[in-house]
Unconditional design. Structure first.
Lengths: 139, 220
């Protein structure tokens, strides 16, 4: 079984832009979202596949070639759904690389003991603020 | 036992009432503030309003080291997160989750939830049992379907009627655990005679279930 798909779940601002950029880099991208409307955020240069469906339904994941995924990026707007999907990708489909976006930093502990990588917009914003603040302060 | 009950509407209310009578230590958490209050006044018990998928809510409710946690919310993913948090961070021994999607029963078990209940799945089983045209064959599975209990009505035409159990050449691994002969309940021994209109309660493994049903139904 060849693992060559790059799957993005959740076509919000982050998901759709990751999908577009990875598609530009030549990856075989599949993006999943529950509503058709969300794909409007994809840029014109996106040349992958769009799947409309609820990713928490395993048949939707399987139709999106989850078994052939080398990377999954999970960016739906619910932390609970994101962690659940990350676990399904990890324990059921053994996807080798998994990224998940989480709003609540406390929930990161649920991913301990796995290789799932979490991205926290909160932490990134805080760091950015501190950097910018120090720059202003030095003026 | 220390039992944590999270989410759910009337099923939560019902379970609280039932468990309270058995004098368990109950911790009830409900996200719906209005319903939390309803359960609270209805059962004279304190209910924590809050989102049980958040670790601090379980912590505030002192759910740690509980024996059992029930996740009854309407969202399957939320129930999974609650069970996961309970196991990973609160050392809760056993987790039980309700699921809406019957396909999640197997999946949740693989992901480490101890016990998964789907009302759709149970309903389907009940409908199958109740609509059976055969003389009442009801089955109930125990221990994750490793053991099944079959309830069979005996018709007068069956070959085993008026025979002693020890004289019947039963297939292997069959155990008639109980005979219901209205109004008596008989725990059968070798010399117990099976009568028409008896109800046999038989314990077996799922693989032998078919064979046993066929055997009992054999006509004279």
């Amino acid at each position: 079984m060849k693992r060559n798909k790059f799957i993005v779940i959740g076509s919000g601002r982050l998901g759709s832009n990751i999908a577009t950029q990875m598609s530009e880099l030549g990856e075989d991208v599949i993006i999943i979202d529950a509503t058709d409307d969300s794909f409007r955020k994809l840029q014109e240069s996106f040349s992958g596949y769009q799947v409309v469906g609820d990713a928490t339904d395993l048949s939707v994941l399987e139709n999106s070639y989850i078994k052939h995924a080398k990377t999954v990026v999970i960016t739906t707007d619910s932390d609970n759904v994101n962690i659940y999907l990350a676990h399904v990708c990890y324990y059921i489909y053994n996807v080798p690389t998994i990224f998940v976006r989480l709003a609540d930093t406390d929930k990161g502990s649920l991913l301990e003991g796995t290789y799932i990588k979490a991205i926290y917009p909160f932490t990134l914003s805080l760091q950015e603020f501190m950097t910018m603040y120090k720059q202003e302060d030095n003026k | 036992m220390k039992i944590v009950i999270t989410g759910g509407k009337h099923e939560a209310d019902f379970i609280v009432k039932m468990l309270k009578e058995e004098r368990h230590q109950l911790i009830v958490i409900n996200q719906d503030t209005e319903f939390a209050e309803y359960i609270s006044t209805n059962n004279d018990i304190s209910v924590f309003p809050g989102d049980p998928t958040k670790a601090y809510v379980l912590s505030d409710a002192e759910a740690d080291n509980a024996d059992v946690l029930l996740a009854l919310s309407d969202s399957d993913t939320d129930n999974y997160i609650i069970c996961l948090t309970a196991k990973k961070e609160f050392n809760i021994k056993r987790t039980v989750s309700k699921v809406k999607n019957p396909k999640n029963v197997e999946l949740f078990k693989k992901l480490g939830v101890d016990s998964v209940i789907s009302s759709t799945y149970l309903l389907a089983q009940t409908i199958l049992n109740e609509s059976s045209v055969e003389n009442i064959i009801k089955t109930l599975s125990i221990e994750d379907e490793k053991i099944v209990m079959v309830e069979m009505g005996v018709e007068a035409s069956y070959a085993l009627v008026d025979k002693k159990i020890m004289d019947i050449n039963f297939p292997k691994n069959i155990n008639i655990s109980c005979i219901f002969r209205d109004p008596h309940v008989i725990i059968p021994k070798g010399d117990t005679i099976i009568k028409a209109d008896d109800k046999l309660i038989i314990i077996s493994t799922p693989t032998e279930q078919e064979e046993i049903i066929e055997f009992v139904k054999k006509k004279r």
